[in-house]
Design a protein around this ligand. Sequence first.
Ligand code: IPM
Ligand code: MN
Length: 348
Amino acid sequence: MNMTTYKVALIPGDGIGRDMVAAAWLVLQKAAGPHGFGLEGADFPWSCAFYKETGAMMPADGIETLRGFDAILLGAVGWPAEVPDSVSLHGLLLPIRKSFVQYANIRPHRLLAGVEGPLKATAFDILCIRENTEGEYSGAGGRIHQGTADEVAVETSIFTRKGVERILRFAFEQARGRRKKLASVTKSNAQKYSMVFWDDVTKQLSAEYPDVEVTSYHIDAMAARMVMAPEMLDVVVASNLFGDILTDLGAAIQGGLGFAASANINPERNAPSMFEPVHGSAPDIAHLGIANPIATVWSGAMMLEHLGEKDAAAAVMKAIETVTASGIGTVPGKHKTDTITAALLAAL
Ligand code: IPM
Ligand code: MN
């Protein structure tokens, strides 16, 4: 028999990222077997500890090494007490997203069975699509006259037609596959070049997707809407910075960062995509064994889906909801990571 085996690069990273990837990997392995495919993991210790040892977050050929994998599962990057975030993130996470043109960052926001969010609304299902390679996080800028009274810092947002069109097109496609409603997040009342351009491209593309109802919202109004009327939203598409902020809000309304999954997708599939929880390394709870692995497991389900293993992905999601419906892993800190992981394995 010829069984498909996917090669997955595992980058646990820092803090709770290590436990989360270990837990998720057990669950994904268990899901693979009965669905007739294999998962072969390769561990990469790239992290702030690695930086302390070697002076770099990953080896010089790190990107080339990862290129040969079918997918990347990442835990968390950052240990600010020892390595500044501006160094660690720009040495590992961000170069992976950019080098592999993972321009679509997908983050689902809905309440899992048994999870209580902070809002009155309980029946919402939002898919945030965040532009992941340019915009406000392009990294174009500099500082001059450093440390003097004349110091100047500039950080330029870069919006290219190619970049804006492809993320909006991706979002229209996602909306088409769901409830056919797209919210395009803008701020064209204040940002008269980049965001007016974003709105123009939104309008141009909407002609190609007459079946998708598209509405533009200013970022500030969208923040309020996600709290006041999240059930009105379906697919939400935003630039890098706006999407970053909105998806932490999304995590909050779905009960917290312990439930917030994400996928960094290269839609053209000419390089691996990367799957990671939205949360960071959480130094404050890193040694307590109480971090919730559900965000990483859910990200792993998104990985299986991306690899084309839809049944296994659905089985993992079902296991997650069986566990949360039973009250395990729904309240921060109440259950140990190991307890939640064991429950997920049992549910599978
Ligand atoms: C996220 C994170 C990262 C981002 C940071 C750590 C650079 O906040 O994935 O949302 O802004 O992309
Ligand atoms: Mn963020």
